[in-house]
Design a protein around this ligand. Structure first.
Ligand SMILES: [Zn+2]
Length: 483
C-alpha cells in the first residue's frame, strides 16, 4: 500500500465557506487521507509530532497544497467532437449531431477517446471527474490507465437516442464498477446515469432508483437542458421535467429518504422557481457555463444561488466548448453578473438614445447585479463548487477536502508562477487566475502523477501518452471514414 507523509507550509484546510490556508502535516495510506495535523514544522517538532518519514516537504512559501479540482459533469470521450463546426450549434446539437456520430462509436473508440479527455482534465489539476457516457466500463478503464479518479455514470436511455441498445449493459456496468474494489482504490466508482428526463421512461427511472437505493449510489442526469425536453415533458407527462423527476422520486432529499445520496441535476436551463423548490437538500445542480453558452444559454445561476440550491461546476464535453478546464468555469461564475448588464433592457435603451440618463441606468443595473451577487462571489464559496460540494455527493468517494477519510486527491500550485503571482490571496487567485498553468503536481487516490515541477511535460512525453494519442488518432480517422 502506498503511503505518504506531506508537510505543507500553505495547505488549504476546511470546507465550504470556511476555508483557511495554514501549515499542516498530512498522512495518506492507500487511496485515502488518514490524518491532518495542523501546525508549523517548529510547532510539530516541539510537540513531538514531527515524523522521520516526511517524503514531501513543502516548506517553501510559494507552494500551495490544495484539494484537487473536481469536474462535476463531463463526457470524456466526447473530446473527439472538439472543434466541430459552429453551424451545428444552431439547433439541438445533442439530437442533430452527437446522436448521429454516437451510433457509429464502439466501446474501444470510447476508451481511446476518453483517455485523451482524461489527460486534458488531469493536466488542469483535476483528480476526479463525474463522467456520463455509453460504455461506462470502457471509460473506467481509460481513467484507470491515465490515472485519474472518476464517478462513472454509464448512460441509461430507453426512449430515443443512440444508447437504447446499451441500456441493460449500462445497468450492469453501474453495478460492476460499484463492486470493483480495485477500481475504488484508484478513486474510480460509479453512480446511476439516466440520460435526461425526455429519454428515460418511468420504468427505467424506477429500475435506476432501485439500484441506487440498494447500493447507496447518487444519480447524475441532465435535467431541463433543452426547450425540446421541456416541451416533451409537458406533452407526455403534463408537467415540467423537474416536477416529473420529483414525482418519480429522483430528488434524493425531497422525501426524507435517508439511505440514498442526492441527485446531480445538470443544466436546469428551463427550471422555474417552483421547479427549483423541488430540489432536495442533498441534491445538487450542475452548472457548465461555457458549454451552456455554446449549446443554448448559460443557466440562471443567481436564481439557483438565491434559492439556496447547491451548485457543482463542470465543463460538459469539449465538443460543446472546446475546453475541459473546470477551473476556468469559476471565472465564468464570478463574472456572470456583469454579462447580464450588457444585455439588459437598460443597456438596450441606452443603445438607442445614448443619453446621460440612460447611461446612468446602465450603471445602476450593474450595481444592482453586483449587490445581488456579492454574497455568492466569495472565493471560498465559489471554490466549494469544484471542491467540497461535488466531493460530498458520493458516500464512498468523498473528495475536495483535506480531511481524514477523504480521497488523497491533492494538487500542488506554484504561487510564484506568473499566472498566479503575487497570489496575496491564493484562494482569489485560484478563482480568477489561470491556475492550470501553475499546477506542479497532482496526487490521485494516493498516487503521484507525472514529475513534480515538470508535471505537464513529463506526462506528455511519456510513452503512455504517445501510445494513447496514436490510438485515438487512428480510431478518429476510422470513425470519420465510417461516417
Ligand atoms: Zn452533458
Amino acid at each position: 500500500m502506498t503511503a505518504h507523509t506531506l508537510y505543507a507550509q500553505q495547505a488549504v484546510l476546511g470546507a465550504g465557506d470556511a476555508l483557511e490556508i495554514a501549515p499542516a502535516l498530512i498522512r495518506t495510506a492507500g487511496s485515502r487521507i488518514v490524518s491532518v495535523a495542523r501546525g508549523t514544522r517548529d510547532e510539530l517538532e516541539r510537540d513531538g509530532q514531527w515524523p522521520s518519514d516526511v517524503d514531501v516537504d513543502l516548506l517553501d512559501e510559494r507552494t500551495l497544497l490544495a484539494p484537487a479540482f473536481i469536474n462535476a459533469h463531463t463526457h470524456l470521450a466526447m473530446v473527439v467532437f472538439r472543434g466541430l463546426e459552429l453551424e451545428a450549434m444552431h439547433g439541438n446539437v445533442v439530437e442533430d449531431l452527437y446522436y448521429r456520430v454516437e451510433r457509429n462509436v464502439t466501446a474501444a473508440d470510447v476508451e481511446a477517446f476518453a483517455r485523451l479527455g482524461a489527460y486534458d482534465c488531469l493536466l488542469g489539476g483535476q483528480a476526479m471527474v463525474f463522467d456520463h457516457y455509453y460504455h461506462g466500463d470502457a471509460v473506467a478503464r481509460a481513467c484507470r490507465d491515465v490515472g485519474i479518479g472518476a464517478v462513472i455514470a454509464p448512460t441509461l436511455q430507453d426512449s430515443g437516442g443512440p444508447g437504447e441498445a446499451l441500456c441493460e449493459q449500462g445497468l450492469r456496468e453501474t453495478a460492476d464498477i460499484d463492486a470493483d474494489s480495485a477500481l475504488a482504490e484508484r478513486g474510480i466508482v460509479s453512480c446511476l446515469g439516466p440520460h435526461a428526463s425526455d429519454t428515460v421512461s418511468d420504468e427505467l427511472f424506477a429500475r435506476a432508483l432501485a439500484l441506487a437505493d440498494s447500493r447507496s449510489l447518487p444519480l447524475h442526469l441532465h435535467a431541463a437542458q433543452s426547450l425540446e425536453e421541456h416541451q416533451r415533458s409537458h406533452q407526455r407527462h403534463g408537467c415540467s421535467p423537474f416536477a416529473r423527476l420529483a414525482r418519480l422520486g429522483v430528488m434524493g432529499g425531497a422525501d426524507g429518504d435517508a439511505t440514498r445520496p442526492g441527485a446531480l441535476l445538470v443544466h436546469a436551463l428551463y427550471a422555474s422557481d417552483a421547479d427549483l423548490a423541488l430540489v432536495g437538500e442533498r441534491d445538487m445542480l450542475g452548472y457548465c457555463p461555457y458549454g451552456q453558452v455554446c449549446f443554448d444559454h448559460p443557466a440562471a445561476v443567481f436564481q439557483w444561488l438565491d434559492l439556496r440550491c447547491r451548485v457543482a461546476l463542470g465543463t460538459d464535453c469539449a465538443g460543446a466548448n472546446d475546453g475541459m478546464n473546470v477551473q476556468q468555469e469559476l471565472r465564468a461564475v464570478a463574472a456572470a453578473f456583469a454579462f447580464g448588464t450588457a444585455h439588459s433592457s437598460a443597456h438596450q435603451a441606452f443603445e438607442q438614445s445614448g443619453e446621460a440618463e440612460a447611461a446612468s441606468a446602465v450603471r445602476e443595473t450593474r450595481q444592482r447585479w453586483l449587490e445581488r451577487g456579492k454574497q455568492h462571489l466569495v472565493p471560498a464559496r465559489l471554490l466549494a463548487s469544484v471542491w467540497s460540494q461535488p466531493g460530498s455527493l458520493h458516500p464512498r468517494a468523498r473528495a475536495g477536502v483535506i480531511e481524514p477519510g477523504a480521497l488523497a486527491n491533492l494538487t500542488l500550485f506554484d504561487c510564484a508562477h506568473p499566472a498566479l503571482w503575487p497570489a496575496r490571496d491564493p484562494l482569489r487567485a485560484l478563482v480568477w487566475g489561470d491556475a492550470a498553468s501553475a499546477v506542479t503536481h497532482v496526487l490521485v487516490a494516493g498516487h503521484w502523477r507525472g514529475e513534480r515541477g515538470n508535471f505537464a511535460r513529463s506526462l506528455l512525453d511519456s510513452d503512455d501518452y504517445r501510445e494513447a494519442r496514436a490510438e485515438a488518432d487512428r480510431r478518429l480517422t476510422e470513425l470519420l471514414d465510417r461516417l
